[in-house]
Design a protein. Structure first.
Length: 355
């Protein structure tokens, strides 16, 4: 079935297709629609929806629901995600699967609800206490939002880890046709670690507290091993016209769609541009970047384009140390334009565009 959906609506329908049992959260623009639609869809289906009194309460409800074996999700933005950070780090430490959606807004602080990508560090580097990671998915179309909303629950359960879908406000609010598979079957798995009313579960402990130093260290070492496994198997990127590129453009979310158009325009004007678009930013698709430079040359110029002050570019530079990486940024809710990108490419290559 083909439906015209907004990105925010695709999140909710994807969660239902994935067999999500419960949604807890507080409305905050530009993610408010997700909570509104979850209330509309979940309750008539006999699923759980609770508008929590605060973001701290919402993430605690997710913690409890996940510990009981339910598939759970929430959505928020900006300062709302900030208020959840303690609970998110606890869920990561306790290895509780859950899905989080962050529809980023401009910042710092309350900022505004324009399309910015300034929540990148918060999502990828971890805003809570301790050493932990989330899997962070970055769709660039409403179709991908729908599909990644399904995939997120499977990844969360497979690795017992919180998964975050990172959106900019334009993707969340734009509408596009989406192919919906009405016959999809949720891939729920057994969770022998869950707590329930069976007296046997009294022997199960779900906690992040390890008073013994050696026990704590062993727990962290096991988490690090899991993160290495995720990095080896789940880092993903999409390549476009990179076979003969003389300059490589890179960005995620709505920015990557503008970059794809810029690549086509640059090609018509005599510059062989290519695009690498991450589908995950943790784990970051380092090997994809490295493979392109190994094939096309270590001196290949790379331009990272983002709607934040170099947050994404930092990971690009880290992935290909010593490479010639520049970045172009817009801020405050403004999108980069094809013309700005083409002008920046001209400066990097020190060449005029052909007519």
């Amino acid at each position: 079935m083909r439906k015209l959906l907004k990105g925010n609506e695709a999140i909710v329908l994807g969660s239902l297709a994935a067999g999500c049992d419960a949604c807890f959260g507080c409305p905050i623009v530009p993610a408010s629609e997700i909570m509104d639609l979850a209330a509309l869809y979940y309750l008539p289906l006999g699923k759980i929806f609770i508008q929590a009194e605060s973001e701290a309460a919402a993430i605690s409800m997710l913690y409890g629901g996940s510990a009981s074996g339910l598939r759970v999700f929430t959505a928020s933005s900006g300062s709302g995600i900030s208020l959840m950070q303690d609970g998110i780090s606890c869920a990561a430490g306790a290895e509780l699967p859950m899905v989080l959606v962050d529809v980023m807004r401009a910042g710092p602080g309350a900022g505004n609800c324009g399309a910015e990508q300034s929540g990148y560090f918060q999502a990828v580097k971890g805003g809570g206490q301790g050493s932990y990671h989330l899997i962070v998915l970055v769709p660039n179309s409403v179709q991908e939002i729908y599909q990644m909303s399904i995939d997120a629950f499977d990844l969360a359960d497979r690795y017992r880890i919180p998964v975050l879908i990172l959106l900019d406000a334009d993707l969340a609010r734009m509408a596009e046709p989406v192919e919906i598979n009405e016959e999809i079957a949720a891939k729920k798995i057994e969770k022998p670690w869950k707590l329930d009313t069976d007296p046997g579960s009294n022997e199960i402990w779900i906690t992040t507290v390890c008073p013994d130093f050696d026990e704590m260290e062993n727990h962290l070492l096991r988490l690090e091993e899991k993160y290495r496994e995720i990095a080896d198997h789940e880092a993903k990127a999409d390549l476009y016209r990179t076979d003969d590129a003389e300059i490589l453009l890179s960005g995620y979310g709505i920015t990557s769609r503008i970059l794809r158009s810029a690549v086509d325009l640059l090609r018509t004007r005599g510059i062989r541009a290519g695009l690498i678009r991450p589908k995950t930013v943790w784990p970051f698709p380092e090997k994809d970047f490295q493979n392109i430079l190994e094939r096309l040359g270590k001196d290949l110029p790379v331009l990272a384009v983002e709607m934040s002050s170099g947050q994404y570019a930092e990971d690009v530079k880290r992935s290909i140390p010593g490479a010639n990486v520049s970045f172009l940024a817009r801020r405050g809710g403004n999108l980069p334009t094809e013309e700005e990108i083409m002008e920046k490419v001209q400066k990097i290559l020190n060449r005029e565009l052909s007519e």
